[in-house]
Design a protein. Structure first.
Length: 229
């Protein structure tokens, strides 16, 4: 019995060492975001508002000015479905044109799935948007999670997954992070989302896209260069 137990322990320890980076990525990109989303969703379900939500909203309101209004309106517009949706469709079309069937399917599920999850989640939680002041870009739909945050994160994360084997990966990662942060910040600045809406949207979308990447490529990012066809 003891030799068998020692052998099993040795095999498990070896497997853990061999897959430690993959397991770390799984925890950081899927499990941790899912846990965060679950915690936020529970508060929303119980109609609890995080204290920091209103504090951040008030901070944004105090520092508003005309130039910031223009910047945040632009960021919010670019991060909306009117812009992100066509970008998602274009990305899928380019992959299909190059006969990257698996990558195109991953892209469609990553971006389209995030949009569908957002619609279902909004209806499920039914959170009313903040009304601390009249917004210059009012919204009437439900608030949690932020659709802008989910759509921008899905687009950026899917790009990182597919372009990771290339020399562009760090540029895509940096620009994608800046894009998602700017879009999410704009929604809070405009007073149409609680910060927890944005954080929940980021977490849900990252978990979704990263989970798909593990399913399609067995890693958090695509490991091998694109094939010729």
């Amino acid at each position: 019995m003891l030799p068998r137990l020692a052998t099993a322990t040795f095999v498990i320890a070896g497997w853990l060492r061999w897959n430690r980076l993959r397991l770390l990525a799984l925890f950081a990109c899927v499990l941790l975001p899912l846990f965060l989303f679950g915690e936020l969703a529970e508060d929303v379900r119980e109609r609890e508002t995080l204290a920091i939500d209103e504090a951040i909203l008030r901070f944004m309101q105090r520092h508003a000015d005309v130039s910031m209004d223009r910047l945040m309106l632009l960021a919010s517009t670019i991060g909306s479905g009117l812009w992100v949706g066509p970008a998602d469709a274009l990305g899928c079309a380019l992959l299909l044109a190059r006969r990257r069937w698996i990558d195109a399917l991953f892209w469609a599920l990553a971006t389209g799935g995030a949009a569908l999850i957002n619609m279902v989640a909004k209806l499920s939680y039914g959170r009313i948007r903040p009304d601390l002041w009249p917004s210059i870009a009012p919204e009437i739909s439900f608030s949690f999670p932020s659709g802008h945050a989910m759509q921008s994160m899905a687009l950026a994360a899917a790009l990182v997954v597919l372009l990771w084997p290339t020399a562009m990966r760090w540029w895509v990662l940096a620009l994608g992070a800046a894009f998602t942060i700017l879009v999410g910040t704009s929604r809070v600045y405009l007073g149409v989302h609680f910060p927890s809406d944005v954080l929940g949207g980021w977490a849900a979308s990252l978990a979704w896209v990263a989970g798909l990447s593990f399913l399609f490529y067995r890693h958090a990012v695509r490991r091998r260069p694109f094939p010729g066809r």
